[in-house]
Design a protein around this ligand. Structure first.
Ligand SMILES: O=c1ccn([C@@H]2O[C@H](COP(=O)(O)O)[C@@H](O)[C@H]2O)c(=O)[nH]1
Length: 279
């Protein structure tokens, strides 16, 4: 029986630190790395990031969009990257942000959370904006297969607030409602629940939100979007211990040299540790 994602993530964070590096093969990065904007360039880019990072960071987060844009051959590269990253010891969070009516959500869940799927990942990002209950097939399958979910609660982009900070009839914001659903999902789980929230590191003071969901908080926005590791204690308060800070372009722009990529990740990792330990 596979250990639940939350437990595996806690162990990985304890051993390797909490940093999550993104695999985001932007066309502009392929060009900066001297690669063509084609499947061969995509493959070289992804393989290099996996080689540089998978034996040392807790989590790798491929951004599915950048693979999907090359069609079935791009998906084949994504499958290979997931397999190689997991084989080298990293947990893989597939950033595909799936969300649909329940019956279709079941098929998305099969694609990423069924152990037989070629795209099986340790966790998947999902959108709850068709209603949290529509994610139920993914929650059920994740529990069965020892995988996890990261639900978009308070996203890092400035546009997210018009939906996520909107106040419901019961006086709670939409984002707070998603956090409350996740806290219920993770109740009693030790050392950490498997149902996480995406909460942007860019958001400033979140003290009006209850981030104590007993699950991981995936925090994009560090580096290219302007947040820094030093912001983490201020944004996350007491929940900072459960934060998985994501950096994509902030590390990837140092490629294609493997040593330079590792040094960039290591600088972020060190800054994160010193920010969190001083909190
Ligand atoms: O709220 C969110 C949710 C997901 N993302 C994704 O994270 C990375 C961030 O990349 P950077 O290059 O470090 O800005 C990217 O894949 C986004 O799609 C996010 O930024 N914000």
């Amino acid at each position: 029986m596979t250990e639940p994602f939350g437990a595996r993530l806690r162990h990985a964070m304890d051993e390797r630190g909490p940093l999550c590096v993104g695999i985001d093969p932007h066309a502009s990065l392929l060009a900066e790395w001297g690669l063509n904007d084609d499947v061969a360039g995509l493959e070289r880019f992804s393989r290099t990031v996996v080689e540089a990072m998978a034996d040392r960071v807790a989590v790798l987060k491929p951004q599915s969009a950048f693979f999907e844009r090359f069609g079935s051959r791009g998906i084949a590269v994504l499958e290979k990257s997931v397999e190689e990253a997991r084989a080298a010891g990293a947990l893989v969070v597939m950033d595909a942000k799936r969300g649909d009516i329940g019956s279709t959500m079941a098929a998305y869940a099969e694609s990423f959370l069924s152990k037989d799927s070629p795209l099986f990942s340790d966790a998947l990002t999902v959108s709850p904006y068709l209603g949290y209950g529509s994610l139920s097939p993914a929650v059920v399958l994740a529990r069965q297969s020892g995988a996890g979910l990261f639900v978009l609660a308070l996203t890092s982009n400035p546009e997210g607030g018009e939906v996520q900070h909107a106040v419901r009839a019961d006086g709670r914001t939409v984002g707070a409602t998603m956090l409350a659903h996740l806290a219920a999902e993770n109740e009693g789980e030790e050392p950490l629940g498997s149902f996480g929230a995406v909460v942007g590191a860019t958001l400033g003071d979140l003290s009006t939100y209850d981030l104590s969901i007993n699950g991981p908080l995936l925090a994009p926005g560090i580096g290219a979007q302007g947040a820094t590791p030093a912001d983490l204690p201020r944004v996350f308060g007491a929940a900072v211990r459960n934060v998985v800070p994501n950096v994509s372009r902030g590390v990837l722009r140092h490629g294609p040299d493997v040593v330079a990529l590792r040094e960039a990740a290591s600088r972020f990792a060190d800054e994160i540790v010193s920010a969190v330990s001083g909190a």
